[in-house]
Design a protein. Structure first.
Length: 418
């Protein structure tokens, strides 16, 4: 072999090595792992592209402007979203296999129609005051007022004049009360879960029973459905390189998630149960971006001040009033009431609360963009749950199950920044 040939072979080898290294980094490098099984970066990038199409459509980014530099910071937030969704999907696959469950083709098709179709509804909202001394009585009165409106609508559910009159008189939704309660067309994910769950059960023209959400009591009527093919979001997915099969795969994961949510809810509430009475100090911690770095360092200083105050034996309640950024508990000295297992989704927070002795403080716990330190005020081994606690546990059941399953299955994120 001549010197020239040797150099050429060496150079070609370097090029091949560089190409294979680049291919690995762009496609096969681990984005995350579950029980040691790698989720490759190409799957993460595909899921991120899927999430970004929804972002473009929801926020009116015209086709062709997806790579506008002004969108960079907003798009970066979807990296975390995409990785979390991808991990959740892999968890669902593993748990479904272990449970011997798979959604049927009919279940997936129904979910596809719901998730990617559109619906037009009208509603009347009756709010429940939240500042009444007797909140239970206020809720009963709100339900009674809503029931009276529902009974009037049942007499002529398709009467537009009746809807116009009742919505204008009684609805507490300022955006729709003067248009007969009409909300226009919407896609899945645009309303709170209870509202969308009710819509999912309705036939066109049908009235719902009373639907309770965080906003009050709703009376809902489904007016029209549009199939996925007519949805502008679906059209954008299809012109962005995704296929209907890709969208049905997403619907399949949603159907699986709904089934595991149903199972988690059914097993979530046990009363009486062990409970801990806690107070807390919460500090919001923004990401250390160039624009927000000053706020980030201020949050770190606030954490230091709280730690120092506690080490010096200062009163927890006074420190909470001074430093806590949780508006619901700050003025009460951080008192967050009684906590049962399942009310706090984050495993680290729950473990810290239940393993700390009465009269002691936990170490600081970081969850997402918040740092929290708890003080254990009281403990009871067997205490009845009240109605609000039961609802919190039920509503949090799927997230609680998912976070603990992630921990049990050894989920690790490998992408820098996560």
């Amino acid at each position: 072999m001549t010197v020239f040939t040797a150099v050429l072979v060496f150079a070609l080898g370097l090029v091949a090595w560089a190409a294979s290294e680049r291919y690995y980094e762009e496609n096969l490098a681990p984005a995350a792992s579950i029980e040691g099984r790698v989720i490759p970066k190409r799957d993460f990038l595909e899921q991120r592209d899927y999430e970004l199409v929804r972002f473009y459509q929801d926020f009116g980014v015209p086709p062709g402007f997806e790579n506008d530099p002004q969108l960079l910071s907003q798009k970066a937030a979807y990296d975390d979203v995409a990785l979390d969704v991808l991990i959740e999907q892999r968890i669902l696959e593993l748990e479904a296999r272990a449970a011997g469950y798979q959604p049927s083709a009919a279940d997936v098709e129904r979910q596809y129609e719901v998730q990617f179709g559109q619906f037009n509804v009208r509603h009347i909202l009756i709010q429940v005051p939240t500042d009444e001394a007797d909140q239970e009585l206020a809720d009963l009165n709100g339900a009674a007022r809503a029931r009276a409106v529902l009974n009037e609508l049942k007499a002529a559910p398709q009467d537009q004049a009746l809807w116009n009159d009742l919505a204008a008189q009684y609805s507490d939704d300022p955006g729709s009360k003067f248009s007969g309660g009409d909300l226009g067309f919407a896609s899945s994910g645009q309303y709170v879960a209870e509202f969308e769950d009710a819509i999912r059960t309705l036939e066109v023209g049908q009235l719902s029973d009373l639907v309770k959400t965080q906003f009050g009591y709703h009376i809902i009527q489904l007016r029209e459905r549009k199939p996925p093919a007519e949805n502008e979001l679906v059209k954008r997915y299809l012109t962005s390189g995704f296929t209907e099969a890709d969208l049905r795969a997403q619907a399949r994961y949603t159907a699986m998630g709904r089934e595991f949510e149903r199972r988690a809810r059914s097993e979530s509430v046990t009363s009486p149960t062990e409970q801990v009475h806690v107070a807390k100090i919460v500090v919001n911690v923004p990401l250390p971006t160039v624009e927000g770095f000053e706020q980030f360092t201020e949050a770190l200083q606030k954490q230091t001040d709280v730690r120092t105050g506690l080490e010096q034996g200062k009163d927890f309640a006074e420190l909470a009033k001074q430093y806590s950024e949780d508006s619901a508990t700050k003025e009460a000295g951080g008192d967050a009431g009684w906590v049962a297992r399942g009310m706090t989704v984050d495993p680290a927070s729950e473990e810290a609360i239940f393993s700390t002795a009465v009269g002691s403080n936990t170490t600081g716990v970081t969850t997402g963009s918040q740092w929290t330190v708890y003080r254990v005020l009281e403990k009871e081994a067997s205490r009845e749950l009240d109605a609000e606690q039961k609802k919190t546990i039920s509503d949090s059941a799927y997230g609680y199950w998912l976070e603990r399953t992630k921990r049990e299955r050894g989920v690790t994120k490998h992408i820098l920044g996560f």
